[in-house]
Design a protein around this ligand. Structure first.
Ligand code: 26Q
Length: 819
């Protein structure tokens, strides 16, 4: 078993001491924030010993390591999660109780480190948790943004973005490591030097600007195994000391510029989710952390080894989407220019080290950098990309003589752009999608030419989530119940054991306990909603939840149009029985995504009308939860009855929220998209509510110019009615223009897009019918309880532990370690 981490008395003493030395206060005098800090430092104390021991083990055993490179790590709060993974949560809670401190209140003092947008960033965080838990050597590599994802306020129904100054009270868990700082260079020109003696050519970057990348290390605590891995996020500092050097030399301008460059680079996370923005600063961010991370990785390797050809035996780089794919060319640069290898050697190493994960097929998310911008900022890296492209196209022409169409589609450099995905595929030894359907679409549609040329690179790794955060921490009641019913806590590291719950699926008593827990979690969420939104919701109503980033393809608009339809029904047929429902939304819209913001406003407008209509007796409530983030997500998943996963089929690469709902016993109401397909496969279609066009049907329509929404509009009076209500003032205090753009988007081609691009009207009737099936199922309490329980029981596949095992076995080939 586990050695006790916390001697209760010593821990209490330490907390008391910390409050004294940090704040010169007693426990009674300290503010909750100060207590949070004091407790966190005491917890960090305990982590540090394991951290040191883990790193010492790595030093000794020299295992192969994965560098998970990502622009985003959406970690969520550390304190509670660290205690869970140290298996010390309950003891610490007790110890604090004895000091008169409520651990939950302290946890709420911690700002969510929100260094990510949504799915891709949270996936990276789940992967780090699983890597540490399974005992693999891993580094997360990223950026220490001064401002993470913005905080969302809703003012007058509109989203307002507020800066997220998450570091303002310091960060107890991080460690600054100035001794590992690296210089990163931008711009200037490349001088070619020929060395007569060696016959070698050297490429020297001149007139560049540079910054100092300074790493901050963040402990990643494995579950119950003393492994502590590292997330290394980079801060930028000016390289020239402003006062003493440049200023005195009169080079004032350059000094100011470098100061600004350093400040700007890590200032803020781009809040775009699934959308490319060709901003120079974004490219600077990418190169900044990639270059620093690679310099550090190669230096680390060289401390122990001198044969660079064997680098692939000790490290693998996983590129989280195309955002860090400049790593390909940067590694080449380091090997060619700094390590003096020849092209063939450098290429052999690079192509054995780099692997790429694709997270989207949406055209607007593909990174294509203008060549002039790219080559100006990264002149040497650009030269290298030219050479990679040149050699690759020779191969294409060899394999497909005369097929210039292939060349056009597969080139890395084309039409004045650098296509990052193409570079990642050409250089990577592995290309993976994130759910089976998504990978199939990549192979046979989007990346077909590449798949035909190099099928061996393509593979699928269906996403997963960590049950430690999303069940043990987020849903302690259900967590304890599962442990009791299974007679073991081993599901914490082996989620397939959940299938043992199936035997309770017809046990009345067990089902009642299960639903009682759901009810208590709904009460907890109702309290949160009352405190944060001032709206009262009834925990006996069906909690129907859609929480995720706001995007047209995710179809929050379909959901709210359906709410408008239900409201019409209730008003028109007050005599008809209607099971009370609460529709809960949570979503941030990218700051510049106007239409997404209109949808948020619409949801809030519908909420205002519906929630204040006394005539419907509270049968329908609509709630928009402000500032959806990891910490409130944990509470929301635990309380959900219905999981809305209604993206236009083929558009959602995987989804991971869908898995978190399933884990917490909420059946999926969704399309056959992303990982929903595999969820249904695990739980059985009778335990989900599936509707709508298939991905093949969607793709077919798309290839044939779409469909005619007027067919539906004219043929279905219920649809026509809600669409008209967008412009008749019902939800806009008589303003007919407020939602005109949404109205137009459904019926007319706009900005070169097809009408109803996301098939909202086309799928509306099928969605409404699926919602009717939800209501019927919910009325039958036993049937519903069984369905809900079976969702929890069948979620085993969706642990990120399973995903990581697959990455390790099929891509990374890491050595297992024990501390
Ligand atoms: C790109 C260029 C410039 C600025 C921003 C971006 C950018 C940022 C974030 C592009 C895309 C993203 C995020 C994508 C994302 O979260 N994708 C989701 O990844 C999940 C994990 O694999 C999947 O489950 C989701 O289906 C997918 O949408």
């Amino acid at each position: 078993m586990y050695s006790p981490r916390f001697d209760k008395r010593a821990f209490k003493h330490e907390v008391t001491e910390n409050v004294k030395t940090l704040f010169r206060k007693t426990i009674e005098e300290a503010t909750p924030q100060q207590l949070y800090q004091a407790v966190s430092y005491a917890v960090k104390e305990a982590i540090i010993d394991d951290w040191i021991a883990t790193q010492r083990t790595y030093d000794k055993e020299d295992p192969k390591m994965v560098y998970y490179m990502s622009m985003e790590f959406l970690l969520g709060r550390a304190l509670g999660n660290n205690l869970i993974n140290m298996t010390a949560y309950k003891e610490v809670k007790e110890a604090l109780d004895e000091l008169g401190i409520d651990l939950n209140l302290l946890e709420d003092q911690e700002p969510d480190p929100a260094l990510g947008n949504g799915g891709l960033g949270r996936l990276a965080a789940c992967f780090l948790d699983s890597l540490a838990t399974l005992g693999y050597a891993a580094y997360g590599c990223g950026i220490r943004y001064r401002y993470g994802m913005f905080k969302q306020k809703i003012e007058n129904g509109y989203q307002v973005e507020k800066p997220d100054n998450w570091l303002k009270n310091g960060n107890p868990f991080e460690l600054r490591r100035p001794e590992y700082a690296k210089e990163v260079r931008f711009g200037g020109n490349i001088r070619v030097e020929y060395d007569d003696k060696t016959g070698k050519t050297h490429f020297v970057q001149e007139n560049y600007e540079s910054v100092l990348a300074v790493p901050y290390d963040y402990p990643i605590v494995g579950y119950n195994n003393h492994v502590v891995n590292t997330l290394r996020i980079w801060d930028a500092e000016p390289i020239v000391d402003f006062q003493l050097e440049s200023f005195d030399r009169g080079d004032y301008h350059k000094a100011v510029e470098q100061q600004n460059l350093a400040k700007n680079i890590v200032e803020v996370l781009y809040p775009n989710d699934n959308h490319y923005a060709g901003k120079e600063l974004r490219l600077k961010q990418q190169y900044f952390f990639v270059s620093a991370s690679l310099q550090a990785a190669v230096a680390k390797y060289k401390r122990k080894h001198d044969d660079l050809m064997k680098l692939p035996e000790k490290m693998v780089i996983q590129m989280n989407d195309t955002h860090p794919t400049v790593a390909v060319a940067e590694l080449m640069r380091i090997l060619l220019d700094e390590e003096d290898l020849g092209w063939n050697e450098a290429w052999e190493i690079t192509t054995k080290v780099c692997a790429y994960t694709n997270h989207t097929i949406m055209a607007e998310a593909l990174e294509k950098w203008p060549i002039d911008l790219f080559s100006r900022l990264l002149p040497r890296v650009y030269q290298i990309i030219q050479e990679i492209d040149r050699r690759f196209l020779i191969q294409v022409r060899e394999q497909y003589p005369g097929d210039e169409n292939k060349v056009r589609k597969m080139a890395i450099l084309r039409d004045g752009q650098v296509r990052m995905a193409n570079m990642a595929i050409v250089a990577g030894f592995s290309v993976n999608g994130v759910a089976r359907l998504h990978t199939e679409i990549l192979k046979h549609q989007e990346l077909r030419d590449f798949y035909e040329m190099m099928p061996q690179k393509f593979n699928n790794k269906t996403n997963g989530i960590t049950q430690r955060r999303f069940l043990m921490h987020g849903n302690p009641l259900l967590s304890d119940w599962v442990t009791e019913k299974l007679g073991t806590k081993d599901w914490a590291t082996d989620l397939s054991l959940m299938s043992g719950l199936k035997k309770w699926a017809d046990d009345k008593e067990a089902l009642k306990e299960f639903m009682d827990i759901k009810y208590r979690n709904k009460e907890r969420l109702a309290k949160y909603i009352l405190e944060h939104n001032g709206v009262e919701v009834d925990p006996r109503s069906i909690f129907d939840v859609q929480v995720k980033r706001l995007h047209e393809y995710k179809r929050q608009l379909l959901n709210i149009l359906h709410v408008m339809y239900l409201y019409n029904q209730i008003k028109e047929h007050p005599e008809k029985s209607f099971y009370p429902r609460t529709f809960i939304f949570g979503a941030k819209a990218s700051a510049g995504y106007i239409r997404a913001k209109q949808i948020i406003k619409l949801i809030n407008s519908v909420a205002e009308v519906v929630n204040n209509d006394r005539s419907i007796n509270g049968k329908l409530k609509v709630v928009f939860i402000e500032d959806y983030k990891v910490s409130n997500a944990e509470i929301i998943f635990a309380a959900a009855d219905v999981s809305e996963q209604i993206s236009t089929a083929s558009k959602e690469a995987s989804g991971t929220g869908n898995m978190k709902f399933m884990l917490n016993g909420a059946p999926t109401l969704g399309t056959m998209d992303g990982a929903n397909v595999e969820i249904v496969e695990e739980v059985g279609i009778e335990n989900a509510f599936i509707f709508g066009l298939s991905s093949d049907e969607v793709i077919n329509f798309e290839n044939n110019g779409g469909y005619d929404p007027y067919e539906i509009y004219n043929g279905d009076p219920d649809v026509r009615r809600v669409v008209e209500q967008l412009v008749d003032g019902t939800y806009s205090h008589g303003d007919h223009e407020m939602y005109r753009d949404l109205y137009n988007s459904l019926l007319k081609p706009t900005d070169g897009n097809r009408a109803d691009m996301y098939f909202i009207l086309k799928d509306f009737r099928a969605y409404a019918q699926a919602q009717e099936r939800v209501e019927a199922a919910y009325r039958d309490r036993d049937r519903w309880a069984k369905m809900a329980l079976l969702n929890t029981a069948c979620c085993g596949k969706f642990s990120s532990d399973r995903t990581i095992r697959e990455y390790v076995d099929e891509i990374w080939h890491l050595d297992h370690i024990e501390v």
